[in-house]
Ligand binder design. Sequence first.
Ligand code: ATP
Ligand code: MG
Length: 395
Amino acid sequence: LPSQLVAAKPILDKINAAGYEAYFVGGCVRDMILGEELHDVDIASSAYPEEIKAIFNKTVDTGIQHGTVMVLDHGEGYEITTFRTESTYTDFRRPDSVTFVRSLTEDLKRRDFTINAFALDADGTVIDLFGGLADLKKKQIRAVGDPEERFTEDALRMMRAFRFASKLGFSIEEGTLEALTKLAPNLEKIAVERIQVEFEKLLMGQAAGTVLESMVAVDLFAHFPGQAGQSAGHFLEMAGWLQSARPKNLLTVWTLYLGTLGIPKDGLQAELRSWKLSREIMATVSRLAPAIEGVNDLSVWDLYQINDLAGTFLEVLEIMGVSESVRLSISDTFAALPIASAKDLALNGGQLIQSGLAKPGPALGKLLHTMERQVVSGQLENSKDALLAFAKEAE
Ligand code: ATP
Ligand code: MG
């Protein structure tokens, strides 16, 4: 067993000793079988939340209405979710009600894909009710049960199919892909925040390029939030970039997707808003988009203004296949900037006023801005004396 599961085994033992069933479930079992790094260890149990709370001293109600209780053990938190079924989906996205059950089989049946529906008991035995092991061997994503039914219940699963295909380098099984093709428009019923999370993971996956091409083939991308980002041409362009490169973080992911559209500022703002992205991501993409578009014609001043985003900018250019000579000249320019921001000027507004060379007001702001430009362009030395002399000249 991987160390994370060894560390969590006493939790299973304790639940078992109290007379209930408990298993490791979901992604951690899949990743263990694949020999991949585990991130979260999820536990499912026949014990109801109140029963779990009676077994352990330290628990937190993290999602009690869904049956999830967090148990704190040796400084770690473990989410334990009661076996449950989800009944009658009327809106393509959320179960109308969650019912706790005592049967592991019922719980595994509600899971999306066979490779996500394993359970692992305290002895290390894998329970595989839907042929997940065979699908892992075939490297395929296959829905548990009838794919049309499963995608109708929750349309986000269509995104998840592609997300796992990208993460694992798997293909989507024929019947599952057929159902997905038919039901793709239902993606529009899904909250953008949920699509966002899956799309981010998809773009960071090892097979993102191939997966984006399939998404165009089944038209799923056409039901994405936003307008401009949905063009098949743009998706295929990104697919090309991602054949041989992988974005490392979310800023890169979104800059690559929305910062490369080459659309006017208003259009870009609308696109960013429709994805409900964080302030930081929106600001980053808005500031980098013009620089990406004008990449062959950037002045030192242009680069100075995105200096704090240099890492993301260069990473995106590399993924886009911008030539090494262009990227080197840009990174040399970043490295040679005499100041990183106006704060680095050797003289500030307060000192200018004290020295009697300026009065508070718009003229002072203008003077500081002129000095900043001159320093950045290398025409003025960034020393107190040089800046004082410049201010005297300007008086
Ligand atoms: P990752 O390692 O990327 O977190 P994961 O398999 O743990 O992958 P999660 O999104 O964390 O994926 O979900 C945990 C488990 O819950 C899944 O393995 C799956 O069994 C189940 N699951 C999650 N979302 C859904 C869904 N929309 N429909 C059905 N089952 C789901
Ligand atoms: Mg997970």
